[in-house]
Design a protein. Structure first.
Length: 55
């Protein structure tokens, strides 16, 4: 599903040249001690969420 933001860009016939992923979400403990749920949330925010916007 396309986000409202992307649909508004498409309606204006605008195509961005650059996508800057400036999401700020990190674990505050060592990676080996990080809960799997927290790791999944970080990956979704920093890798999966920007993918549709970069197409």
């Amino acid at each position: 599903m396309r986000s409202k933001f992307l649909r508004s860009l498409e309606a204006c016939d605008y195509s961005p040249d650059v996508l800057v992923n400036n999401a700020g979400h990190v674990a505050s403990v060592a990676f080996v001690d990080t809960d799997r749920t927290k790791i999944d949330a970080i990956l979704r925010l920093n890798m999966i969420a920007p993918a549709p916007q970069s197409r």
